[in-house]
Structures are given as structure tokens and as C-alpha cells.
Design a protein around this ligand. Structure first.
Ligand code: 5GP
Ligand code: ZN
Length: 293
């Protein structure tokens, strides 16, 4: 999610006071500094709120909340905590990336979670040296893993649907780009979108962390909304017959089992430079084929 505030915080594009991080979740101090240690726990996988979140992501989040809660009560002198999540504008949600607020609590601390919280000058930084240590360690781990990160942008295009199609992919690793593209005479837009990701992931050796950026809701939501699990549990059948493009889905699923893929949906034909370049690659392939007819 290119423009999502918390996705940017997770990617390190906006600074945050990181408290904890693992493969699936990220916790950082709330900027409001209104109650001692007010922190937010978010999934790395973007979803809007609890209502559109898949159960695995939710399980990862609750595991992190529990870990932090145990740490706060066992090591930091807190006696309890409130865990709150807002769902939707009507509830007061302001940032539309799922987050749980953790309010560490002490007996008689005067906090009322149902009343507006007051600014609090005492910050967690002073009271919880152990969390700070944890932060330093995870920063170190980050530095080590940052240069392993691979980014893959993809796009597919079709002239007629079905019709002549093309795909484009840009792989980026340590600032080096690899540009890939291809086409097919008779295909569909969705097949080209899937093919672009497959071809990109196939080029990556070993097992890597890959951030995949695609403007195809069909491809990205299959993972973010976990359509795959329901297809699998129904024997790859829908009410209309076999899941469409099953051959490609199976290739892609195998690749996502090999690599640690984080999916990002980007807005198509907007101002994302790499998405636009992938689109141009895909359209270029269609034009090349047309000329050889
Ligand atoms: P919501 O009202 O959506 O449940 O909560 C959003 C929370 O995000 C608020 O408590 C707000 O203070 C916090 N927040 C908004 N922008 C930032 C930011 O840039 N950094 C951090 N750390 N917290 C933020
Ligand atoms: Zn997000």
C-alpha cells in the first residue's frame, strides 16, 4: 500500500519508535504520547481493520500483543493493559491499516480508556530500558536483513480480453535492476498479471524476502484476503467449475511457499514510476507481436 501511513512506517520510510518486530508484525510507540507507553501493534500485511483481516494475520497479531503484554507486566512494572482496536470511521478509526492500541496500565494510574487521554510527558523511553534494548537488537537484525530485501514490480496487459497479451516485471536487489518481459498471442489480462509475478519470482535464487507490488486486485487479494485457502479447501472448485487459471495459481503458490512474499497492491496507471514502467513493458510486448503478424 503505497500511500498507507503505517505501511510506510513498517517499510521505514517514516520514522517510528520501534518497540518490537518479527516477520509478520511491528509494534511502535503511538505518536500522541498521551498515556505512558501507548503503543500500536500492526500486521506487516496491509488490511484496513479487524473486519477485513484474515485469521492467520490476526493470530500473528494476538501472539505479538500477548508477548508485549507479558513483557510489560513481567519486566516493566506495569500491572495490566488495555487492548483496543477501532473498526471503521464511525468508531473513530483514523488510520486505515489494522492496528491494536496497547495501553499499559498500573493500579490507580488515573487513565480512563473511555475518556480522551491527556498528554503525558513521561515516556516509555525513560521507564522501560529493557524494551529499548529489544529495540536496539531488532534494529541490528534489520540492518543485517535490509540488504537482502528484494523488490518486484509487475504488470500485465491485454489487447482484447482474451486477446494478445504482454507482461512486464522489474526486480530490484541492492539497487540493481533486472527487467523482464514477454507476451502471448492468445491470453487474458489476469493470466498476464499472474505470469508477470511468476516470471519475476522464478528469477530469484534461494529463499528470499520479496516485496511484490502489483496493481492487480485479482492477484494481490487472492493472498491478502486468502482466497487461496478457500479454493484449496473446496478442492480448487468454485460454483462455476474449476478455479480459473489454476495452472498459473499453482505455479505462483509454489513460489510463495519458497520465498517469503509480502504483497502490496498499487494503484494502476497512477504515479507509481515502476508500475508505469511495467505497464509500458507489457504494452511494448503486445506491439512487438502485432508488428510480426
Ligand atoms: P485510530 O484512531 O485509527 O485507532 O488510531 C490511530 C493512531 O495512530 C492514533 O492514536 C495516532 O496518534 C497514531 N498515529 C497517527 N499518525 C502517526 C504517526 O505518524 N506515527 C505514530 N507513531 N503514530 C501515529
Ligand atoms: Zn497499510
Amino acid at each position: 500500500m503505497d500511500n498507507c501511513l503505517f505501511c510506510k512506517i513498517i517499510r521505514g520510510e517514516i520514522p517510528s519508535y520501534k518497540i518490537y518486530e518479527d516477520e509478520y508484525t511491528y509494534a511502535f510507540l503511538d505518536i500522541s504520547n498521551d498515556s505512558n507507553g501507548h503503543m500500536l501493534v500492526v500486521p506487516k500485511k496491509h488490511c484496513e481493520n479487524l473486519l477485513d483481516c484474515d485469521s492467520q494475520t490476526l493470530a500473528n497479531l494476538t501472539a505479538t500483543i500477548q508477548k508485549l503484554g507479558k513483557h510489560l507486566t513481567e519486566n516493566c512494572g506495569f500491572e495490566g493493559m488495555n487492548v483496543i482496536t477501532n473498526c471503521g470511521k464511525a468508531s473513530g478509526q483514523e488510520v486505515f491499516h489494522l492496528h491494536f492500541h496497547i495501553l499499559p496500565r498500573r493500579k490507580d494510574d488515573g487513565i480512563s480508556v473511555f475518556a480522551p487521554l491527556n498528554k503525558n510527558d513521561e515516556s516509555l523511553e525513560e521507564i522501560c530500558a529493557c524494551l529499548k534494548v529489544q529495540q536496539k537488537e531488532s534494529n541490528k537484525a534489520d540492518e543485517a536483513s535490509n540488504d537482502r530485501n528484494i523488490v518486484l514490480y509487475t504488470d500485465g496487459a491485454c489487447s482484447g480480453n482474451p486477446g494478445m497479451g504482454g507482461w512486464g516485471a522489474i526486480l530490484m536487489y541492492k539497487g540493481v535492476e533486472k527487467v523482464l518481459s514477454g507476451g502471448e498471442k492468445e491470453t487474458t489480462n489476469n493470466r498476464m498479471e499472474l505470469t508477470a509475478v511468476i516470471k519475476g519470482l522464478e528469477k530469484i535464487k534461494g529463499s528470499q524476502h520479496v516485496d511484490v507490488y502489483s496493481d492487480s486486485a485479482y492477484v494481490v487479494n487472492a493472498f491478502l484476503q486468502d482466497w487461496i485457502s478457500s479454493w484449496r479447501s473446496r478442492g480448487w472448485k468454485t460454483t462455476k467449475g474449476e478455479v480459473q487459471n489454476l495452472d498459473l495459481w499453482q505455479q505462483l503458490i509454489a513460489l510463495t511457499e519458497k520465498h517469503d512474499v509480502v504483497w502490496h497492491k498499487v494503484k494502476g496507471h497512477a504515479d507509481n514510476e515502476y508500475n508505469n514502467r511495467c505497464d509500458a513493458l507489457a504494452v511494448g510486448e503486445i506491439e512487438k507481436m502485432r508488428k510480426t503478424l
